[in-house]
Design a protein around this ligand. Structure first.
Ligand code: B3K
Ligand code: ZN
Length: 886
């Protein structure tokens, strides 16, 4: 807990470390009521620092009980060093020296899940970003890289498995029923990549032969009851290893790669060198207990953490302001991997929908920051959608600008030039520039300027001259600490369609001949006109294909033009995008009618457009499902000036019901055909199966709105007879949102009874109820908090119940009596004392107060004030609350 006002830390104040740690030798003695940590640090003055005397050595350390300290073998007395709540300082006498320290810590009481802690009966660690300082006194910063040797000792019976980074080098029994093991990591690494695990774990084993024919042992460790849920993660790991060799030429470098699944984890997973520690939700998956979405998430997170071995571990960050150097790049890598493993267009659609709903909202709120932030109080608050997802979009734009081959040249140069170093985003850009002979200096504004740029496009066609001009105007709203923005480099991939839907040749003014039918134009000015010549007919532009830049693009399309693009655009992403824009226009019209108290009237063109989608047998079923999904309520709020949650919900539900009635037969056919396939074939976690189940389930959710008994019967049949969680959970969710009270209660009860011992399945059970938009959600959530499977101490449970209520149930969370806000603030206050990182994350929805009407704004701010006044706040919660109120 914070004892003084947290300080702001600035990128501009970065200084290289005064000292380096060449070797780190750690010994952990793990006991039930405490742990002893002995650290021997072989240190020297950093040669890169200016000459002169020897400055004081200031080690980071928090919540440590110092038992002994020596310098070059001589025990130091209390007067020989200074201790405060977060540092230990002493004066070295020579440029090279050895520090030995022993501390006592209490993993058994660690509910923050940072540093060394217990998850159930096992010991595990989470050190990124600044958790290592809760383990021992150290230079806990990513630019101090060291060779680690780690010995663990624990009681043998309860902790038969003892793991750390690198390779196992020795082990043996000890007195008193204990045993020990020593691990050595040959690669230099910063402390944030340190890990240890001790527990009663089983493992699934496999192996991978690398491109240079080295044999790597692969192990996934889980608690015994989960041993049957590891195969999908193992398959994903092997695919990732192969993909990184093929696509980036990156080979794995140790003889062993381990993944450990733990139930209590603050985020998805962690890329510790050779010993990834995962939230069990991102490892465990089998048909009966995990949905298709969960299978895809496991595949993506396994890949992401594996890819960090190069983008993060071999080449790491100089300081935490550079976080996107490893995270943005690695998200980009895992997104491309998922696109290659599944459907590329569908993956892009999902990612863009997510970015526009959540990252755009963050970029427009009080916590908005550039991809490379310039200041923070608590780095844990900066593992954001901006650093991750927008950071990935920035890397994607670089690839768009230099081309796939140029990008590979750049990444090869980056990895070769900086292997073993801790570097900056500028170093990444420099490698891309050097490998391609391009100047990316203006492009770098994507790293330094926050906010989502707007790009307004207008057209002019001159039929006599056969020229077609597009005028692009870019602007970017102010964000905290940044008022005036310089123009960005915005790569716009575009094409022009003729009246028959054909691609028109794209010849820019001044060019000798036309280029490709889809090409990238770089917008670099605040206002820029692009003129095409030889344009034989009035074209319809298809802009920002594949979402080639993370901007808010506007073009005055009519609804008929959008329907035309939905049918004819050569770019699959833009066909979906046209459907979304059409739906947005139609839904916004309904929102207006709702607000004026008029009778709602759905534009029948939307019905027609979705009818042709359903009638088109040659469309990928996953695309059909995506096209049928109306923009979510959260997205509709994000694009509103003032979000009227009730009107948005009312309008969207009205449209869904109208579509369900009008398209009943087509939906019913699609549903039955796919359900029949599901009945006849065994579950497979692959794209074609994902596609048909997603269409089946979205069809079911529409059909249920009809209230017809045959649909209810079908839903119950699916629920009872299916062999997988994707169909089962979809049926439960549809029932939960239906008026069939008896069936709903029965389904929920039998589901909970059957899966009560599976915490990950119970998370889903909590979530569908928390997200149910029917009245009374808050009371249900409060009641569910009393359920034996719920605990505030487990982050997955908090996210599944409280997070889903505040984030996925706008009409209930934003009840105008403020009850939702009060509830959330109460939970944040409770969690602040238990787990500050989770508390700060949970606050997200309250920070968006600027989006709502005056009444709600006042209520939301009052709750933020109440949190601020509630007592000793963690730096995590303090930063978010104070910035939200600023
Ligand atoms: N690098 C970790 C995130 C650590 C978050 C610390 N608060 C997981 C990942 O992005 O791969
Ligand atoms: Zn990552």
């Amino acid at each position: 807990m914070r004892t003084e006002q947290p300080k702001m830390i600035y990128l501009k104040d970065y200084q290289a470390p005064d000292y380096l740690i060449d070797e780190t030798h750690l010994t952990f003695e793990l006991f039930e009521d405490h742990t002893l940590v002995h650290a021997q640090l072989v240190m020297r003055r950093n040669p890169a620092c200016a000459a002169g005397g020897l400055p004081a050595l200031v080690l980071d350390g928090q919540e440590l009980e110092l038992l002994s300290l020596s310098l070059d073998g001589e025990t130091l007395a209390a007067g020989d060093y200074q201790l405060d709540a977060s540092h230990l300082s002493l004066q070295p006498k020579s440029a090279s020296f050895v520090i030995d320290s022993s501390v006592r810590i209490h993993p058994e009481r660690n509910t923050a899940l940072e540093g060394l802690y217990k998850s159930g009966s096992m010991f595990c660690t989470q050190c990124e970003a600044e958790g290592f300082r809760k383990i021992t006194y150290y230079l806990d910063r990513p630019d101090v890289m060291s060779k680690f040797t780690t010995t663990l000792s624990a009681e043998q019976h309860s902790y038969p498995v003892l793991l750390s980074n690198g390779n196992p080098i020795a082990s043996g029994p000890e007195e008193g029923g204990r045993h020990w093991a020593t691990w050595q990591d040959p690669f230099m690494k910063p402390a944030y990549l340190f890990a240890l695990v001790a527990g009663d774990l089983w493992c699934v084993e496999d192996s991978f032969t690398t491109m240079s024919a080295r044999e790597v042992a692969l192990r996934i460790y889980v608690e015994p009851e989960n041993i049957d849920k590891c195969q999908h993660a193992m398959d994903s790991l092997k695919k990732s290893m192969q993909w990184d060799e093929q696509v980036y030429g990156r080979e794995y470098d140790l003889d062993i790669f381990m993944i450990v699944a733990v139930n209590d984890f603050n985020m998805g997973a962690m890329e510790n060198k050779g010993l990834n520690i995962f939230n069990s939700s991102c490892v465990l998956a089998k048909a009966e207990t995990a949905t298709d979405a969960a299978h895809q998430r496991v595949e993506a997170v396994v890949a992401h953490e594996y890819f960090h071995n190069w983008s993060g571990n071999r080449v790491t960050c100089r300081d935490w302001f550079q976080l996107s150097l490893k995270e943005g790049f690695t998200v980009f890598r895992d997104a491309e991997f998922s696109a290659d493993m599944n459907s590329r267009t569908v993956k892009r659609i999902e990612d863009v929908a997510y970015l526009r709903t959540h990252q755009f909202a963050e970029d427009a709120g009080p916590m908005a920051h550039p991809v490379r932030p310039e200041a923070f109080m608590e780095i844990s608050n900066f593992y954001t959608l901006t650093v991750y997802e927008k950071g990935s979009e920035v890397v994607r734009m670089i690839r768009t600008l230099v081309g796939a081959e140029g990008f590979r040249r750049g990444s090869d140069l980056y990895f070769e030039r900086h292997d073993g170093q801790a570097v900056t985003c500028d170093d990444f850009i420099k490698a891309m520039e050097d490998a391609n002979g391009v100047d990316l200096s203006q492009f770098k504004r994507w790293y330094s300027q926050g906010g989502t740029p707007r790009l307004a496009v207008s057209e002019a066609y001159d039929g006599a001259a056969k020229t077609y001009s597009l005028t692009f105007k870019q602007s970017c709203p102010a964000t905290p600490g940044q008022r005036d923005k310089q123009p960005f480099v915005i790569p716009v991939e575009l094409g022009l369609l003729g009246a028959q839907g054909q691609a028109l040749p794209l010849r820019l003014q001044g060019e000798a001949a036309a280029g490709a039918a889809s090409r990238v134009i770089s917008i670099t000015e605040a206002e820029q006109v692009v003129t095409f010549v030889d344009v034989a007919e009035q074209p319809l532009p298809s802009l920002l294909r594949g979402f080639s830049a993370p901007v808010k693009l506007s073009f005055p399309y009519s609804r008929d033009q959008l329907m035309f693009l939905m049918q004819h655009d050569a770019d699959g992403f833009n066909r979906w995008e046209a459907g979304q824009q059409l739906s947005v226009q139609v839904l916004q019209e309904l929102v207006g009618q709702y607000q004026r108290g008029e009778t709602l009237q759905l534009d029948q063109r939307l019905v027609g457009a979705l009818r042709s989608v359903l009638e088109n047998a040659s469309l990928d079923q996953a695309m059909v499902a995506e096209l049928l999904s109306l923009p979510g309520e959260a997205y509709l709020s994000e694009i509103s000036e003032v979000a009227d949650v009730d009107a948005i919900h009312g309008a969207r539900e009205f449209a869904r019901k109208q579509l369900a009635d009008a398209l009943f037969d087509l939906l019913w056919q699609r549903y039955q055909a796919n359900r029949e396939l599901s009945r006849r074939t065994a579950y497979l976690a692959e794209a074609e199966h994902f596609a048909r189940r997603s269409l089946q389930n979205i069809a079911l959710s529409y059909l249920m709105l009809s209230g017809k008994p045959e649909v209810l019967a079908a839903c119950l049949e699916q629920l009872e007879a299916c062999d997988n969680m994707t169909e089962r959970l979809a049926a439960v969710a549809v029932l939960v949102n239906s008026p069939f009270e008896e069936e709903k209660a029965k389904a929920l009860a039998s589901f909970a009874d059957f899966f009560k011992d599976n915490p990950l399945v119970m998370d889903q059970w909590f979530s569908v109820q928390a997200a149910c938009s029917l009245p009374g959600a808050l009371a249900r959530v409060q009641q569910l908090m009393e359920h034996p499977a719920f605990t505030l101490k487990n982050p997955n449970k908090v996210r599944a119940l409280i997070g889903a209520f505040a984030g996925q149930n706008p009409v209930n969370f934003h009840q105008v009596d403020g009850s939702g806000y009060r509830f959330l603030a109460d939970q944040v206050i409770a969690l602040n004392a238990l787990n500050p990182q989770i508390a700060a994350r949970l606050l997200g929805p309250l920070t968006r107060w600027g989006k709502y009407d005056d009444t709600r704004q006042a209520l939301m701010k009052a709750e933020l004030e109440r949190i601020l006044a509630s007592g000793e706040l963690s730096s995590d919660v303090f930063e978010v609350v104070s910035k939200s109120l600023a």
